[in-house]
Design a protein around this ligand. Structure first.
Ligand code: ZN
Length: 139
């Protein structure tokens, strides 16, 4: 196998596994941004969202909710939780096997999205034009 997460899911590579079910495996990120940073990966390989079985996608979110609840119930320092899924290398995806990050957050931990411009409210016409474009593209 060539995919690092397929190796983990198959039990052929070490991982600190927290949860498993028929569709997903949840394990600690080897390079966590915070203690308890979890990854939920489908057992079936999909490089990106366009390949992902929607039922696997639904289960990723379901298991992510359980992971968030476990983080909050644990003794780890958790004030909040972020879900993050990078779809494509331009979005920051480094392992090309779909996975949902479940990231415990602390107040003032300094983590967050960076952006290049002021996040000003956009004109309604611009938002409506983008909405129309996306409605057209929705299949
Ligand atoms: Zn894989």
């Amino acid at each position: 196998m060539s995919c690092a997460f397929c190796e983990i899911v198959a039990g052929h590579a070490p991982a600190s596994i927290v949860h498993e079910d028929e569709r997903t495996v949840t394990f600690l990120d080897l390079h966590p941004v915070a203690t308890g940073h979890l990854l939920v990966a489908p057992r079936r390989h999909s490089a990106d969202l366009s390949e992902l079985d929607p039922e696997d996608g639904a289960q990723l979110f379901r298991v992510g909710m359980g992971a968030a609840a476990a983080l909050r119930a644990s003794t780890l320092p958790v004030d909040g939780v972020n879900f993050f899924l990078a779809d494509g290398e331009a979005a920051g995806q480094t392992v090309l096997h779909v996975h949902l990050h479940v990231i415990p957050r602390r107040r003032g931990d300094g983590l967050g999205f960076r952006h290049g411009a002021e996040l000003a409210a956009r004109p309604r016409a611009e938002l409506d034009a983008a909405a129309a474009e996306l409605r057209e593209a929705w299949t």
